[in-house]
Design a protein around this ligand. Structure first.
Ligand SMILES: [Zn+2]
Length: 198
């Protein structure tokens, strides 16, 4: 995938080329709502461990809650995101972009609450405060490019920006200027730190 020239292929909200792992944790979007926001998250399960299949298990309600002490803290959690980008850039899709995934929780963007209604949730495999790998930025930029071919994405922002004080992902290790540079002139709006290098 490239960030600009490739023509994205969509079918009922599913992106060709993404590995499909269908999640039951979703529902319809409100009638007539435009999908305007790409919302970036980070997740790793167990926290700080990469490469296993526990994220996929969580999003598909197949996680063994007794398999790791940390899982007791999230026992019974039913969540999802539309996409997951692994450390090597592999792209997985859990929910059709036409449907409402359960990733943002209590949230607000530009005065509008409940971001799940109008956003695409994109999880990066990673840990808050830690850095992300180069293939993840390339894959994320390509995904945003593909989304913008199909949906009126007006902005990209982080979970921490729509749920401040409650959520901290993707965190200080995420390089917003780097993502913005990859998207170049096609870039939608970004959080302030993407514009002014820290
Ligand atoms: Zn999040």
């Amino acid at each position: 995938m490239t960030t600009s020239a490739a023509s994205a292929s969509w079918c009922d909200g599913w992106l060709a080329g993404a590995r499909r792992c269908e999640s039951p944790n979703c529902g319809p979007r409100p009638d007539g709502v435009a999908i305007e926001l790409a919302l970036v998250h980070s997740i790793s399960l167990p926290p700080g461990e990469y490469g296993g299949d526990d994220i996929v298990r969580l999003f598909t309600n197949r996680l063994d809650w007794d398999a790791h002490p940390y899982f007791a803290q999230i026992r019974g959690l039913e969540v999802s995101a539309h996409f997951l980008i692994r450390r090597d850039g592999e792209l997985l899709q859990f929910v059709s972009c036409d449907a409402r995934a359960w990733h943002a929780g209590a949230s607000s963007w530009r005065g509008r609450s409940d971001c799940n209604d109008f956003s695409i949730g994109i999880e990066l495999e990673g840990l808050e405060g830690e850095s992300f790998d180069a293939p993840q930025y390339v894959a994320l930029a390509a995904l945003i490019g593909a989304l913008r071919q199909r949906y009126p994405i007006a902005a990209v922002t982080g979970h921490e920006h729509v749920a401040p004080g409650r959520k901290n992902d993707p965190g200080a290790g995420f390089d917003w200027p780097r993502l913005r540079a990859l998207l170049r002139s096609t870039a939608p709006d970004f959080p302030e730190e993407a514009v002014e290098p820290r």
